[in-house]
Each structure stands twice: as C-alpha cells, then as structure tokens.
Ligand binder design. Structure first.
Ligand SMILES: Nc1ncnc2c1ncn2[C@@H]1O[C@H](COP(=O)(O)OP(=O)(O)OP(=O)(O)O)[C@@H](O)[C@H]1O
Length: 359
C-alpha cells in the first residue's frame, strides 16, 4: 500500500465515523487502558519490534540515551503506543507534544530546555511543525544544544543553551513530507504497516481481556475483518459490539452478535461504512463504473470533493475497489462483486455516459 495516500490529520475527517482512524473524539482513558506497556505486549509489526528491541537493548547496555526514532505510518497503528514503550523500556520519563502545538521556535526551546537527562520527547505530526522550530530541532538533535535568540533586528543575539541528552521520537503519517535534513537526523526510522486480520484478532482478544468481555475466536475474526487493518478501529468496534452484546444478548460475543452489531452501525463485512458505500454505489450505479471526475462523483453523493478524496477514497483504493486514473475514478471488478452488482459488458465499469462529465 502506498501509505502516502492515507488520510492526514489536517484533512477533513467525518468526525462521527466509527471506522475513522484518527483519535478525534476517542475516549482517551479507554485508549490509554488498552495500550500495550512493553515490546512483548505489542502485537504485530515484527520487523519494527525486532529492530527497535536491538536499538534499545544496545543503548541500555552502553548506559546511553537511545538514538532518535522516526515512526511513520497511518493514524491508529500504534505510534504513540510505541513511543511510550520506548520510554518504558529505557526507564525514562516521556513528554508528549505535537507539531501543530509548536508554532514558534520559542515554544520548542521552552520544551527542550526543561527536559530531563534521557527523557523521551514524543513529537506527533512532526511534519506539521513550523519552519523555524524545525531548524532549531536540527541542532538540538545533533548537538544537544539550541541557540536562543534574544532581542530583535541588528541587536539580536544568539545565546547558546546546552541541553541534556534526550531521545526524540517523531511520528508522521507522511515521511515523504519531512525535509531530508530532518529525516537524516534520526538514527532509526521505522515504517508501520497496516495489520493483518490475524494480528487484529490478537489485539481484539487482548483488549477483550482488559475490558472483561467474553469473545470467541469467530467473533474476534468478524470484528478484525471489518477493522481496516487498524488497531484503534478494532478496539472501537469491539466496544460497540460489546454494547450490543450486553443489551441484545447475554454479553458474550460470537460471530453472529458481532455481525449483527456492526450491521446496526453500518460497517460492512469489509469495513466499509455508509460514506464508502455511497461513493462506490454512485460510481457503479450512476456512472457505470466510471471513469468519472472527482467533482461529479462528490456531487452525486452530496459530499465535498475533499471528503470523498481524502476520507473515503484512500481506503477504497487500498482495498482495490476503486482506482484513480488520469481520466477519472474507475471501479474495479472487485467493487462490482462487493456490492453484488454485475458489471456492464465490455471493459469493467466503462460507460459512455460517465465520459460526458469529464475528469
Ligand atoms: N501493536 C498493537 N498492539 C495492541 N494494541 C495496539 C497496537 N497498536 C495500537 N494499539 C492500540 O490502538 C490504539 C491506538 O494506538 P496509538 O494511539 O498508539 O496510534 P497512533 O499511531 O499513535 O495514532 P495517531 O497517529 O492517531 O496518534 C491504542 O489504544 C493502542 O492500545
């Protein structure tokens, strides 16, 4: 999957989406309770775990602060969790902030100068930091020093400030947006992939245990299959299914209960929600599968262009249901199959009508 297509936090998010991967509106206390506390508890991402384990063990053996770590990947895959695990494994405190919160170099200087020796600084959405702050960070990462500018104009002076050694853990949904000088200053870079269904089943079993919910393997598989490769979504769906099981049954989650509950929330067997299906249905039923222009498609579903492009499409593309082509959006054969429709004769999804609208 080309993860650069994933939704950026700055992009429009349908806030009430059960299958949205961002943490907006998430119950922070529940999310915190479900976070794995060490590398052994962290499920999946085998390569990242193995490599990080080596980096941290080596630093511990040297009695040194761990190298700076860059974590990239879509929202909800465990970047914040891993940063906390890094701190825990190094027995170090952690400070959490984010790129958009640091608009001035002075904001960053204040944070850096108050760090303790060995502390982990987690900088989420590092690609959204302001330019001057970013430049200050270069020197801080490399030399553990910052120049604080006092005064303005010709009388301005740079006062060097020594910093204690610290570990920066940067997180980004878009490593490609980071300037190379910043990227190069990380000693270890890890890209986090979407999770396999079997890994999500393990996440769901673990979370069920913590939430004191009874679930059988088929129930966990049903939820995992609808979780879009993302632990945050898996945990959220599990909580909604738990509600349903408590209200409509005896609290135990099996396949039928999970499927019925997620049917109520309009999350289908593949994890598509109402918006995703509306986009796909318009593409197939109104435009014969495309190609059709994005604006036309957006009007047809009554949504903003950006919502269709940035909220619905990335997952549809990732699932191989929709393709973005120079001539417009095109449904794949899998899209017809998923909605139980038959593609018109000839090239899958093509129709003369769609071309009238242009891309
Ligand atoms: N590998 C994992 N094993 C078990 N649970 C996980 C794993 N990764 C993430 N989770 C769970 O998913 C939730 C979201 O994880 P986290 O907040 O770390 O994601 P994130 O990548 O930092 O998201 P964002 O980019 O939106 O900040 C947490 O509650 C965490 O418990």
């Amino acid at each position: 999957m080309n993860w650069d297509e994933t939704t950026d936090e700055a992009a429009p998010q349908a806030a009430d989406r059960l299958v949205g991967a961002s943490a907006d509106g998430e119950d922070q206390a529940v999310e915190a309770a479900l976070r794995p506390k060490d590398l052994d508890e962290f499920i999946g991402q085998e390569k990242v775990r193995e490599q990080l384990d080596l980096v941290l063990r080596a630093a511990r053996a040297r009695g040194a602060t761990a190298d700076h770590v860059l974590l990239s990947g879509a929202p909800g895959l465990g970047k914040t969790t891993l940063s906390m695990i890094i701190a825990a494994e190094m027995a170090a405190p952690i400070r959490i902030t984010s790129g958009p919160a640091i608009q001035h170099a002075g904001d960053l200087a204040a944070i850096l100068s108050s760090l303790q020796e060995g502390e982990v600084l987690f900088l989420d959405e590092i690609h959204r930091m302001s330019r001057p702050a970013e430049e200050m960070l270069y020197m801080a990462m490399e030399d553990f020093r910052v120049d604080v500018i006092v005064g303005k104009g010709p009388g301005a002076t740079a006062i060097p400030l020594e910093l204690p050694p610290f570990t920066l853990v940067g997180a980004t949904t878009r490593a490609g947006l980071l300037p190379p000088p910043l990227r190069d200053r990380f000693g270890f870079t890890a890209h986090m992939e979407f999770y396999e269904p079997a890994e999500l089943e393990r996440v769901i079993h673990r979370s069920s245990g913590l939430l004191d919910v009874e679930i059988d393997p088929a129930g966990a598989a049903e939820i995992a299959g609808r979780s879009r490769g993302t632990p945050r979504i898996a945990n959220r769906l599990l909580r909604r299914v738990r509600d349903y099981a408590q209200v409509k049954a005896d609290g135990h989650i099996n396949r039928d209960i999970a499927a019925a509950a997620l049917g109520v929330y309009e999350v289908d067997g593949r994890g598509l929600d109402r918006l995703d299906r509306a986009v796909l249905e318009a593409l197939l039923k109104l435009f014969g599968g495309g190609p059709v222009g994005l604006s036309t498609l957006a009007v047809a579903v009554g949504e903003e262009r950006e919502t269709v492009e940035e909220v619905a499409e990335p997952f549809l593309v990732r699932e191989g249901l929709l393709a973005r082509t120079p001539r417009g959006r095109v449904a794949t054969p899998a899209a017809w199959a998923h909605l139980g429709l038959t593609a018109p004769q000839g090239k899958p999804g093509a129709s003369g009508q769609a071309d009238l609208f242009g891309a």
